[in-house]
Design a protein. Structure first.
Length: 397
């Protein structure tokens, strides 16, 4: 008769942990990738309408528009990666809870905290992806998008300007004209707001002007006649300059060989140099500091959402996928409102940017730890009225 050797409980647990980790990672990964695609397409929709108009109305080649879309994607990924990861964890643990798999896992001797390592691993991957998008993809994409926009604008300049319409195809410049002659490229009744330099925004009024392409460069020339320049400086200073003729160059290349850029278009090293530059005004330094720290705070939201989403997903067993989507949207809205307030306080100097921009992550991290503790003690989380919230979103949609 064959004798069976009993398997010790301590030998089973590591195997269960390994299988469970792979299972959770696979569950989150598929939903995470799907969420990135969906959220990115939703955010791109507004830009796609205007970019499609370039092809239909102005005859811009489809290849150029496709490249523009590619350059825009990194700036959206900074936001969509944390959003997609939050939704993925909520839906994954919501399904595990609804199918009573959480009960089975706990019956095998594993606590809720022992289910967290695979979630944290997925969160770290999401953080690295978002960091790459914010620190590398955003400055590359924004700079390339502006350069390509200028090239497209030069090729189709006569077709893009519209009378009595605010024309903002030039990055940082908004122009309004009462009359425009496509044949002679003459402008009548011109108003231009030049906000490329945030420290010295200018508003230009001119009776007439001519728009043309600068030979041998990517620049556009605006030759304005009989007008005035209103300059708002730092500290409430104001200057008024009258001119007979004023040549305005837009899209010009600087010493670095790229179109002049603002803070969101700069690399981290450029932001640091601007912060350390004694010539930088205090207002501009605060804005640059806020941009510098936001390059890290937004990506690390994925790690915060990992801790917050697990207990909420487990508690969301009845509402299903629609409930998980509703809760994720509510959390995302609350997070980005809080982040917007923090950034405003940082740029105004009311709170140090290093402190202000990390406060939202700290708040949601503490909230997630509290919810995780409650869920581990088998207590219901009643802070969020899920049924009422779900009913509200259904009614408004």
């Amino acid at each position: 008769m064959r004798r069976f050797t009993p398997i010790h409980h301590s030998c089973i647990i590591p195997a269960v942990k390994r299988i469970l980790s792979l299972y959770i990672i696979r569950e989150i990964s598929s939903l995470f990738l799907l969420g990135i695609v969906i959220f990115t397409l939703v955010l791109l929709m507004g830009r796609l309408i205007s970019l499609t108009d370039l092809v239909v109305s102005h005859g811009v080649p489809l290849a150029d528009v496709s490249r523009m879309i590619l350059y825009l994607v990194p700036s959206f990924l900074v936001f969509t990666i944390p959003m997609a990861f939050l939704l993925a964890v909520l839906l994954a643990f919501g399904r595990l809870s609804a199918d009573n798999e959480i009960v089975v896992i706990k019956a095998c001797g594993l606590s809720l905290f022992q289910m967290m390592p695979p979630v944290i691993i997925c969160a770290l991957v999401a953080v690295l992806l978002a960091l790459g998008a914010s620190s590398i993809g955003v400055p590359w994409g924004n700079s390339a998008f502006k350069e390509l926009s200028i090239l497209v604008l030069k090729r189709n300049i006569t077709a893009t300007i519209r009378e009595k319409t605010f024309w903002d195809d030039i990055p940082g410049v908004v122009m309004y004209t009462e009359h425009y002659d496509e044949q002679s490229r003459m402008l009548k009744g011109v108003i231009i707001n030049d906000g490329r330099n945030s420290d010295r925004p200018m508003t230009i009024f001119a009776r007439d002007g001519v728009i043309s392409s600068a030979p041998g460069s990517q620049s556009l020339l605006l030759s304005l006649h009989n007008g005035s320049i209103h300059i708002a400086g730092t500290g409430g200073l104001y200057r008024l300059v009258q001119f007979g003729e004023y040549i305005m160059t837009v899209g010009e290349k600087g010493n670095s060989g790229v179109i002049s850029r603002n803070e969101p278009d700069m690399w981290l090293s450029e932001l640091q140099r601007k912060i350390d530059d004694p010539a930088t005004s205090s207002k501009s330094r605060l804005k640059t500091l806020a941009e510098f720290h936001s390059r890290f705070t937004f990506p690390f939201a994925s790690l915060v959402f990992a801790i917050l989403a697990v207990p909420l997903g487990i508690q969301n067993r009845r509402a299903g996928k629609s409930g998980g989507f509703t809760i994720s949207i509510a959390i995302i809205i609350a997070y980005y409102i809080l982040m917007s307030v923090a950034r405003t306080l940082a740029e105004r100097g009311d709170v140090q940017p290093l402190v202000a921009l990390w406060i939202p992550n700290l708040i949601f991290f503490c909230l997630g730890c509290f919810f995780l503790r409650m869920a581990s003690l088998e207590k219901n989380i009643t802070i969020l009225p899920q049924n009422k919230l779900l009913h509200y979103f259904r009614r408004t949609s």
